[in-house]
Design a protein around this ligand. Structure first.
Ligand code: APR
Ligand code: ZN
Ligand code: ZN
Length: 361
């Protein structure tokens, strides 16, 4: 029997979000219905509402979520009712060339639930990032669910569904930060701070945080930055060189997504160092670099897609590290809010007042 639950939808471009009754079908083959316990508010939800992603309104927002599997459809064996899971953006096929070569984050054949959630009048909803978890229950592909230790708080667990995983993964998976490395992180929002936490976890010797906002630098220090640079008042490339004995950092992580900051990252790394782009640029942005510098500086210029993560490997590991007190994921939760408070939470996020607001159900 299809069920009716409360969910937050974005009805049209730049219109305020609102709570509506949504209809969640029973899970079909390969699908699961998950009772959501917590879901973080992310910039991408705001971008959906503003029409920055696509025009498939109405959207069912929310995608950084954790909850309990309520029911599963035919053929589902990896998760069962009662399992505590973190949701991810899409299930991978496991069989394409990318999957077989161990890079399923570039899978050619990803999928979400085939059935649609709707409004009461039958209007089909587009779930944000294939999830739609600002709702008491949501329908996903079973492959979007990863079981983790249920003793963690759902508000903390849900964070790994998006921005925090992207940042930690940019450091430990893409950047391959190792013991003794020097790391610089440009842009210390949720993603950059997570890259700092990931670098600390990986044993980096120096972690230099760069931002234009002093409040962000204070938070970055709490998460493990050993040095901070305000790039409004100080040239960050020079500062990073000075702090690394004149060389530049082994790994520089760009978590803003702009040509100027990418350029800083490019020149702030040591010869043969690595630049990781995890900030998301817009399609109109262009990068201009002297080709001779690309040639002469060597190393690796990488981008990080969802932290190049393997949910089934990385989610349980990071939750375990958090429960052992070795990774403070709790520091990313600035406040917990109710489903009706999302519009106000967007406002606080927009002004840089919070790292993450998390809806608890
Ligand atoms: N130099 C340094 N820091 C900057 C600059 C700049 N020129 N411009 C902005 N910042 C800082 C902001 O002060 C803020 O602390 O970058 C940070 C961006 O953080 P958020 O807006 O909170 O974004 P976040 O969620 O961390 O995502 C960062 O990754 O996922 C993508 O789309 C996302 O591109 C965005 C990036
Ligand atoms: Zn695949
Ligand atoms: Zn997100």
């Amino acid at each position: 029997m299809a069920q009716e639950v409360r969910g937050v939808i974005a009805p049209g471009k730049n219109e305020p979000v609102r709570v509506e009754t949504i209809v969640v079908p029973d899970p079909g083959p390969g699908e699961a219905v998950v009772k959501i316990q917590a879901c973080g508010v992310c910039h991408t939800d705001l971008h959906y509402k503003q029409g920055g992603i696509n025009d498939d309104f109405p959207f069912l927002l929310g995608h950084e979520a954790a909850g309990i599997v309520e029911s599963v459809g035919a053929g589902v064996t990896d998760v069962a009712p009662g399992d505590f899971v973190i949701l991810n953006w899409r299930a991978v096929c496991g069989q394409c060339r990318a999957c077989l070569r161990g890079r399923p984050w570039y899978c050619f054949d990803t999928h979400n639930a085939k059935q649609k959630m709707t409004l009461k009048d039958g209007t089909e909803l587009s779930p944000a990032l294939g999830i739609g978890a600002f709702a008491e229950k949501t329908l996903v592909a079973a492959g979007q669910c990863t079981k983790v230790d249920p003793s963690v708080s759902p508000a903390v667990a849900g964070l790994l569904g998006c921005g925090v995983m992207a940042g930690i993964g940019a450091a430990i998976n893409t950047g391959n930060v190792g013991r003794g490395d020097t790391v610089a992180v440009i842009g210390c929002g949720g993603v950059g701070d997570a890259a700092i936490a990931g670098s600390r976890l990986a044993g980096a010797a120096k972690i230099i945080a760069v931002d234009i906002d002093d409040r962000k630098l204070t938070t970055a220090e709490k998460l493990g930055a050993t040095h901070t640079v305000n790039s409004r008042s100080t040239d960050p490339v020079e500062a990073i060189r000075e702090l690394t004995g004149g060389f530049g950092a082994d790994v520089v992580i760009e978590a803003v997504g702009r040509p100027e900051t990418y350029q800083q990252a490019f020149y702030a790394r040591d010869l043969a160092g690595t630049v990781v782009l995890v900030g998301v640029p817009t399609p109109d942005m262009k990068l201009e670099l002297p080709l001779i510098d690309v040639f002469g500086r060597g190393g690796a210029l990488k981008s990080s897609w969802y932290g190049d993560c393997l949910p089934s490997r990385d989610f349980p590991m990071l939750i375990d590290l958090h429960l052992q007190g070795r990774l403070d994921l709790g520091a990313f939760v600035s406040e917990t809010i109710a489903l009706d408070d999302i519009e106000a939470a967007f406002e606080r996020m927009h002004h840089g007042d919070v790292l993450r607001s998390v809806v608890e159900f």
